[in-house]
Design a protein. Sequence first.
Length: 353
Amino acid sequence: MVKIHEKYISRCIELAKNGLQSAMPNPSVGAVIVSEGKIIGEGYTSPYGGAHAEVNAINSVSPEKDLENATIYVSLEPCSHYGKTPPCSDLIIAKGIKNVVIGCVDPFSEVAGKGIERLKKAGCNVVLGVLEKECIVSNKRFFTFHTQKRPYIILKWAQTTDHYIAPDNTIINSAEAASFLITNQYSRQLVHKWRAEEQSILVGTNTVINDNPKLNTRDWEGKSPLRIIIDQNLRITKNYSIYDKTIPTLMITGNHHDEINTVDNIIYEQIDFSTNIAIQICNTLYKHNIQSVIIEGGTQTLQTFINENLWDEARVFTANKSLKKGVKAPKIDGTLIEESNKTGDHLKILKNI
Ligand SMILES: NC(=O)c1ccc[n+]([C@@H]2O[C@H](COP(=O)([O-])OP(=O)(O)OC[C@H]3O[C@@H](n4cnc5c(N)ncnc54)[C@H](OP(=O)(O)O)[C@@H]3O)[C@@H](O)[C@H]2O)c1
């Protein structure tokens, strides 16, 4: 029986991947309805504000009376509260579904076990914790945000074989330095896909001044993340692309400033630069309900988060180029979980475990 449960929860996790980008900041969930050993309905979370996975799966079953002998599998506990939609646990009960298999408990305080309680009280047979770890990982941003009260943090950089992330712009002019690209177009496109998967992107002052990045997702379908820029003394002048008003931008500064500048689409947040910068930035992002951030450099910014042990994943490209001089890559220790050459550049993914 356990193996059968795992097979269907595994299918829920696959389905949930389809809603990951559009459901944010809601978790993306997969639901499968099984009767007499056959899948009779499936669903995953609709874009933010839309139907939950259970609703989509239930609506896909025809005729409706088949639901009565069915088992519903869900990767996350069915909700019990009125958010943008009515509680899914009530719908399961109303449709007469007697068996409910759940991957993991919802960490969101409005739910947190209350959905399971409701189902049990109504007489449903509930099996909990099937592929629990995998279900939690499938919503790693949502879980990190609710359990650790900070966004899920992905560090990303590209380095040469001799461990530099940029040329020395004191020996070549800044335009030449800015146009020096370490990775190829396929790796850069993959990075744009990654950007579309996260709620925000963060870089340091020198990266903006040296590279003038747009920090958007122009090479991939999807929403551009909120831009977050560290600029202690507001050194970055208004002619840089981050001030182009196309994407909301959050400036982390040491100076007091009006909190919102609607003309420039900028929000200012003041922190104390004399201590624990990474934790203060995490607290600021939590306050703004940001569940994930991809940090794309430069070295001082990345190292700040590494040194304060505030990171979850690091994605490091190494291209077959050398520089001999320049900005040294960050130093990091982590567990290697994936290694590939799919784009033509070498990619290592490390986890902070
Ligand atoms: N290959 C890649 O993947 C990649 C990616 C991004 C950038 N880069 C390169 O990286 C280079 C810049 O790297 P970088 O290390 O010099 O600079 P950076 O991290 O982009 O910016 C450093 C600046 O940001 C502020 N800052 C960041 N962390 C801080 C902290 N903990 N405390 C205080 N201030 C902090 C400071 O500005 P203030 O001095 O104003 O206080 C500091 O000078 C650029 O040349 C860029 O081309 C490469």
